[in-house]
Structure formats: C-alpha cells, structure tokens
Design a protein around this ligand. Sequence first.
Ligand code: NAD
Length: 434
Amino acid sequence: MQPVVAASSLALNRRDFFKQGALAGAAVTAFGPLIVRGAENAPGRRIRAGVMGLGRGLALAQSALPIPGFELAAVCDVDQARVDAALKTLAPKTAAPPRPYRDLRRMLEDSNLDAVFVAACNHWHAPATILACAAGKHVYVEKPASHNAREGEWMVAAARKYRRVVQQGMQRRNYPSIIEGVAQLREGAIGTVRFARCWYNNARASIGRGRQVPVPPNLDYALWQGPAPERPYVDNLVHYNWHWRWHWGNGELGNNGIHYLDLVRWGLGVEYPRSITYGGGRYHFDDDQETPDTGVVTFDFGASGASWEYSSCQARKPEKFPLVTFYGDRGSLSLEDNSYTICDPQGKATAHAKPSGNVRTHIADFLDSIRNGGRPRADIEEGQKSTLLCHLGNIAYRTGHTIHFDPAARQIVNDPAAQALWSREYRPGWEPRV
Ligand SMILES: NC(=O)c1ccc[n+]([C@@H]2O[C@H](COP(=O)([O-])OP(=O)(O)OC[C@H]3O[C@@H](n4cnc5c(N)ncnc54)[C@H](O)[C@@H]3O)[C@@H](O)[C@H]2O)c1
C-alpha cells in the first residue's frame, strides 16, 4: 500500500504558522475575509462533492442532496459493506449514482470534484484534509477537526496555503436560533457573563474486550489505520469504538464535548484558556476503553470560566439538560439543541426562541463560502481553537494534573509530560506535510 503523499516537502514550522495566521488575519474586510478568488466563485455554480467515511458521511450526503447546486459525485469508504449500503440508500435520491472509491487518494485525483466531506475516524481528519487541500478541494471536516493539537496547526496552514474553504462540522454555528442567542449574550441580555456550564449524558454500553481475529474481507484495515502506527486488528474497534482508544479517538470530550465547548467559546467571546483541569475516570466497566466515561472538565479564561460535566454510561434514560447555560449578573441564557431560553435572576423564563437550523443550513454555508470566496462561520481556524480545548482537557486527564496554558504563545507552560501529548507518532511514510 502506498503511503500518504506529502503535499509539499516543506513542513511548516511554528513560526511560519503564526506568520501565515497573521497574514490571513490582515485580509479581513467588512464582508469577511476573502480567501478564494477566481472563476470558481460564480454565484449558483454547481458544486460536485465526494464523501469520505460512510457512517456520519452518509447522513451528511443525505442532508446535502436537496440543496440546490449540490451534486454528490463520489463516495469513499474502506469498508465495502458500507459503500454498498450507501449506494443502495442513495440510489433513489441521486440522478446518477456517485462513483465509489475505497482509497481517498484515488478520489482526490478526480479533477471534477470541487469539495470533499471528511467524515472518517478522527485520526484521518487532518491527513485527509491536508491531502484534499493540496489536491485543490475544499473541505468539510467533521469534528473534532484534529486528533491532536499539532494537526490543528497544520490544517489551518493547509487551508491558507492552498486557499481552500475548510469548515469544521460544528453545525450549530449555522443555526439561526443559536446565532441569535449568542448575539443576545453579546448585546448584554443577561449582563456581564462570568460562567458557562455544560452538561452531557448518555447510556453507552461496555465495549468489552477485543479479540485478535482475521480482518473481515469487506474491510481494508491497513487503509483504515492509514496515518496511525499499525496495531493488530481486534473485533471491538471498527466501527465507532475507536472513539474510546487514544490511538485513534479523543474520548467523549472530543466526541461530544467539542460541540458544547465551541458554543462556550463563542458565547463568552474567548479564545484560549489559562488553565485546564479534568476530574473523572473510566468508572463504569472493566474493558478496553481507555478514555474516561465520567468527568468534569474546567477551563479558566481569565475573566470568565466554564465547565463541561458529563456522564456517558449512566443506566437511566438520559436526562434533558440544555447544552450550555451562561450565567450573567442579570440572569442566565441557555442554549438548547437548536433554540435558547433567557431567565431572569429568579429563574423565570423571559424569552424562548423558536427552534431553527440543522446540519443542512451548515452545509449550505460551506457551499456558499466556496461560491462567494468568503470564510464559513465554522472556519477551520475557529474550529481548531475549540478543538484545542478538548485536546487540552484530554492532556490534563492523561497527565493527571492541571495544565497551564499561555494564550499569547499558544503553548502549554513548562510541562514536558503535557507537551509530549501535543502531537503524535505517525506510521512511517505517512507524516502529514503542509
Ligand atoms: N457533527 C456531528 O454532529 C457528528 C455526528 C456524528 C459523527 N461525527 C463525526 O464523524 C466522524 C465519523 O463518525 P462515525 O460515527 O460515522 O464513525 P464510524 O466509525 O461509524 O464511521 C467511520 C467511517 O469511516 C470509514 N473510514 C475509515 N478510514 C477511512 C478511509 N481511509 N477512507 C474512507 N473511509 C474510511 C470507516 O470504514 C467507517 O465507515 C467522527 O469524527 C465523528 O466525530 C460528527
């Protein structure tokens, strides 16, 4: 099997990354930053896309199909069973069947493709995005955008270097009700905000103990592993349960916390925390899961703070909480799935927004950004700031101590054990290059 082809032999160092970020920032205009220019910016232009990873990717494809001017030209998965199932599901909904691929690199050779949806496992997000940008494709990449902090830097650098639209799958950035709720916070609806609290709960089962068994014939496991150093195939990893192993996933914080913490960062108007703590553990089952199932992660942003409290494996039916509640000196504002509620200091609801927005409105922003040369609301640079909160939280858990972070230098302070988790090892020959 061929390794990932380096997009350029020149890897960007940290200084170059910040220089590029500064230059990109200078391009901001009243209409938003202009990052793409040329014939491809025609309004109403048809956009042909391919989708990588046909779990979440199939849902994204189905959401995108009704959007005028969207064409699903290709689908890609290393599991032939998922390709077959996707083609069957999509057949009644597409004029012509999308072209099936197993290897992303072959799909990227199609010069008729404008965009790629990266909805494979987290360890593939950055390498696939970088390859796609280098191949001239715009990218919708699922959350968490990166498997580790260093990859986040590379992804922003790739988007800017190749002048591609790269949007992260944090769909609530494009829900009208949520946009309005955040605007209310900014306009002082609940006064000065000092704290944001998030809740998440689920009733996940044990992933058990994996047995080494032959790789199923429908799965190209070598390509599934791709950039991650090789590990033997076990029968409780593919699909989905890779989320709970650090080698491929980012635990519940990266899986679901990212949605909440992006709202926190947006609502509080903050970028990076000064310190991060993580109390929790794998309390529920004795199995292969390495990531915690219960925890409270806290972030100190200087003038405000936030917590993400979760329980992934509780037996009772999940309780209904808002995603985030912001507490101000004149009341509170809760962001729910796709609406918001404002309460006065006595807890009496004074405003409630009609639910609005879904992933289709998010994909539409991605397609419009390609056409008009602007940056999407969930641009990769914003997405990486939120994703970094998850990485820092996981680093706090894995090191077992508070992480201190220098927001100006965008670096962990004086902590070799934590700094060692900023990046990862790659399978030889598969190191991403920008
Ligand atoms: N934004 C959201 O609300 C949302 C919702 C669900 C999932 N997600 C994200 O989507 C991603 C996928 O999640 P999932 O639940 O579908 O996981 P999954 O494990 O069920 O599916 C991943 C798919 O990617 C395929 N894949 C792996 N390597 C590949 C490669 N090299 N080329 C092509 N296909 C490859 C797998 O075979 C599998 O079909 C995750 O990063 C997850 O966090 C986001």
